[in-house]
Design a protein around this ligand. Structure first.
Ligand code: ASP
Length: 440
């Protein structure tokens, strides 16, 4: 029988009611054998995630101040779940050990990891599954980089011995056995690692939305979901601000050719989004998704005969490098070049960058335009469809939006459009309407 690895995020495990939904989902499919759990998240919008409570509590402990009140609030989050689920386990011994470790400054990563650890002990009890502590199996090297090969061997062997198991997300350990966490949201990464280690047929990532949406719901009312997206498309959209999944969660499963299925714990009947390496299935809308961000600046450079000047581009980029500014895109004309950078990275450096480029390249004209938004229209279907760019630009023209920059990657996977920040939302709506609404 195939094996599925299922990861539940913090909102899926925020209270006993959510734990019950999680249990129903797991029991509904016998292939769901390995469960990765986040720490309990927010129960309502201004609630505090357990992970943040732990960071806060540990900060008090490190100052040598009395942290018992703050620690009691954490204990109560877990005891409340145990009580409401009607379980008979007690975590008092664990609480005492953790409190003692806080007093002895066991480390910020150790502190943060206890949310996943305690929550998973409860979940394992509730499901009747084994509990597998990743401290023994998920390994980082001396430099703190995650070690997939060692982990795969250790975890694969351990999980082969369990029919069903709950594995806390978010952490592993260093060679000296101290606890180390991934960056925030890192239980996604653990889920991906477990899926790799057991060679899962699919990695189901259960959260509080029914997958990726074609566009940002803050801009478009009820955007349609994306049913299937490739890793490459996802990378383009994520870079432009569409996030549901931790970036580092992709590579362990991608490497093993395991698809990810983003699902909604609160709407388990929804199919969600499949993230795959390749697919013959194309979106009925030609495009897969639209994402964008404000906060870019364009450095416009003009020089007669630029195209014939060997090393011109390199000198521009060296001027940026010298000022420690990364570039995002670089569309160029015959005698013009635009370099797009994040406005934040230019703060306090505009004059130095202009002076450096002037010194190295002697342009006829150089200026910086701020307040630019970039929109990425992404879709593997574009390569095969004529007129995609034409439709984007006529939609923008009809909406009276001035296009400030166009960049199409040679992979024909995306078109990136620069517009004034004040036109951003309107431009996203115009593009969504022309590709999606007119097709519905
Ligand atoms: N609990 C951790 C966080 O809040 C990790 C996770 O939920 O994925 O970042």
């Amino acid at each position: 029988m195939e094996t599925k690895v299922v990861k539940f995020g913090g909102s899926s495990l925020a209270d006993a009611g959510q734990y019950r939904k999680v249990k129903d989902i797991i029991l509904a499919d016998p292939a769901r054998r390995f469960v990765v759990a986040s720490a309990p998240g927010k129960r309502y919008s201004d609630d505090t995630k357990v992970t943040d409570m732990l960071y806060g509590c540990y900060a008090i402990a490190v100052k040598g101040e009395d942290f018992s009140l703050s620690f009691s609030a954490i204990e109560e989050r877990f005891n409340g779940i145990i009580r409401d689920l009607g379980l008979s386990i007690s975590l008092d011994k664990e609480f005492a050990a953790i409190k003692n470790a806080f007093a002895h400054r066991a480390g910020r990563d150790y502190a943060a990891s206890r949310g996943e650890y305690l929550g998973s002990l409860i979940l394992a009890e509730f499901l009747g599954f084994d509990f597998v502590d990743p401290a023994q199996y998920i390994k980082f090297d001396e430099q703190g980089a995650f070690d997939l090969d060692t982990t795969r061997a250790l975890l694969g062997e351990r999980l082969a011995a369990s029919e069903h198991a709950v594995i806390p997300g978010f952490y592993g350990s260093m060679p000296n056995d101290t606890i180390k966490t991934f960056s925030r949201g890192g239980s996604d990464v653990t889920g991906s690692i477990v899926a790799n280690a057991v060679n899962a047929a699919v990695y189901e990532n259960w959260t509080d939305v029914s997958g990726f949406l074609i566009a940002n719901p803050k801009i478009i009312d009820n955007p349609l979901p994306i049913t299937t997206i490739t890793y490459k498309e996802l990378r383009e959209l994520a870079y432009m601000g569409a996030t549901v999944l931790h970036e580092d969660a992709i590579f362990p499963v991608r490497r093993a050719g395991i698809p990810i299925n983003i699902r909604n714990t609160n709407a388990p009947g929804d199919r969600g989004t499949f993230i795959v390496s390749e697919t013959a299935e194309t979106s009925p809308y030609t495009i897969t998704g639209i994402a964008g961000k404000k906060g870019f600046s364009v450095i416009q450079i003009e020089k007669d005969m630029m195209n014939a000047e060997i090393g011109f581009g390199r000198n521009v980029l060296r001027a940026l490098e010298k000022n420690n500014v990364a570039f995002e895109h670089m569309p160029s004309g015959i005698d013009t070049m635009s370099v797009i950078v994040s406005s934040e990275s230019l703060i306090g450096k505009e004059k130095a960058v202009i002076d450096e480029i002037t010194f190295r390249c002697h342009p006829d004209k150089i200026e910086i335009d701020n307040s630019i938004a970039l929109i990425a229209v992404v879709g593997r279907g574009m390569r095969k469809t004529r007129g995609t760019a034409g439709r984007i630009f006529s939609a923008l023209a009809h909406a009276r939006i001035n296009v400030r920059m166009i960049d199409q990657g040679s992979s024909e996977l995306n078109v990136i459009i620069g517009v004034d920040e004040c036109d951003f939302e309107q431009a996203v709506r115009a593009i969504y309407d022309i590709f999606v609404l007119t097709r519905c």
